[in-house]
Design a protein around this ligand. Structure first.
Ligand SMILES: Nc1nc2c(ncn2[C@@H]2O[C@H](COP(=O)(O)OP(=O)(O)OP(=O)(O)O)[C@@H](O)[C@H]2O)c(=O)[nH]1
Ligand SMILES: [Mg+2]
Length: 378
């Protein structure tokens, strides 16, 4: 048909004049796109399930929904942050019912093997176990502990267990927040025990200590010199010191090490009021003593709940968490402010060159920061 032979406009209601007919189709939802190649609707990238869907899924213990919710919390994107916060707010009343256990120890102490053994034991007792990690290096390297799932092969296949590697940092204090919020999600999903692993090499033990009820230190035999060199600080954080690898020929040594630790612990300030931190032996290999670890933790829980110390610590931890988030926000706000970014190097140079005192530089910097903040106000 040539152009000029086309009929004039015809009223569509005169259906007999049409050989084909355009019908009203299915409307495209705001969170959908239409994929021409596959000829079907797709959810727009990033939209994902609704908050209500996530909420219900997490409460029902749906593992894939739980994993997606954690991904939302771990995301550094602004729109995910808002959605995650809304979800957490809804789930908050369902959290808090687990026992939170922190595990630290030098590389090679057997943390992964211990979690495999202990976690499996707990599952056998009918409990549900979530394993999280705080990796001090992750914000730098992007890597994470618990990457070695090979050491937790059995546990990672257990339907009662849920293992989540350490999140990567993003903003200041990011890992801290993400792990705490992930813990709350896992609690809402019905996990009875939360194990949080961290390598005992610095600040991360203190961060984990502030998140958990019971903090355990995993150590090796052959204390002697090692024991002397060990930071008293980390032992003062622990509610229990466990000498791992107490098996085979190492067993006697482990007993000796245990006695040495007990001697030292006796003189230290206990980590938890009303609870004497002691040393014990265990083996992640033969499983000897693993059940006793749980007995120790249960008796700790009973005792501290009885005296109110348990709840008091949780309240204090929440308060301190808030304080630390305020400090993070202040830091980010200050150091990312354009005026500070511009002026800081100048003052640094002046201070380094000896032309200005640190106090005066800081004062001037804050003056300029506050001034520009005031002009920003509506
Ligand atoms: N004999 C014996 N060997 C153990 C025991 N627990 C762990 N091991 C071994 O010790 C080595 C280190 O164990 P891991 O569980 O990887 O230790 P880790 O603390 O997780 O180490 P990092 O992940 O490097 O921090 C492995 O070769 C384990 O097989 C135990 O109870 N007895
Ligand atoms: Mg490990």
């Amino acid at each position: 048909m040539t152009k000029d032979k086309r009929p004039e406009w015809t009223d569509p209601s005169q259906l007999e004049n049409f050989s084909t007919l355009v019908r009203k189709g299915v409307e495209l939802q705001s969170d959908q796109t239409f994929d021409k190649n596959k000829v079907r609707f797709q959810k727009k990238a990033g939209s994902g399930p609704s908050i209500d869907e996530l909420y219900t899924g997490v409460l029902q213990g749906d593992r894939s929904i739980l994993a997606r919710s954690i991904t939302l919390i771990e995301s550094n994107a602004e729109q995910h942050f808002r959605k995650a916060q809304e979800l957490l707010q809804k789930l908050l009343p369902h959290s808090g019912k687990s026992i939170r256990i922190g595990i630290t120890g030098v590389p090679g102490a057997g943390k992964s093997s211990f979690i495999e053994a202990f976690g499996t034991y707990l599952c056998e007792q009918g409990l549900k176990v979530a394993v999280l990690a705080v990796d001090p290096s992750s914000s730098l390297s992007g890597g994470s502990i618990l990457g070695d799932k090979t050491r937790m092969e059995q546990l990672s296949r257990n339907p009662r267990a849920f293992i989540r590697p350490s999140p990567s940092g993003g903003k200041l204090g990011g890992v801290h927040r993400k792990t705490r919020e992930t813990m709350l999600l896992c609690e809402a999903a019905g996990f009875d025990v939360i194990l949080i692993e961290t390598v005992g090499v610095g600040q991360s033990e203190v961060i984990v200590r502030d998140m958990v009820d019971f903090f355990m230190l995993l150590v090796l035999t052959g204390a002697g010199d090692e024991l002397q060199g060990m930071k008293k600080g980390i032992m003062e954080l622990a509610d229990g010191v466990f000498v791992n690898k107490a098996d085979g020929e190492n067993k006697r040594n482990a007993e000796k090490t245990k006695a040495e630790y007990n001697r030292i612990l006796h003189f230290l300030q206990p980590a938890t009021k009303g609870w004497q931190t002691k040393a014990y032996t265990c083996s992640a290999l033969t499983l000897e003593g693993i059940d006793h670890v749980w007995e120790v933790i249960k008796s700790f829980e009973e005792g501290t709940k009885g005296t109110g110390i348990f709840d008091e610590r949780r309240r204090r931890q929440t308060k301190e968490w808030m304080t630390s988030m305020i400090i993070d926000q202040l830091q980010v706000n200050f150091f990312h402010h354009p005026v500070v970014k511009e002026q800081l190097p100048k003052y640094e140079n002046e201070v380094i060159a000896g032309g200005r005192t640190v106090t005066s530089a800081v004062e001037l910097l804050f003056q300029q920061y506050y001034q520009s903040k005031q002009t920003e106000l509506p």
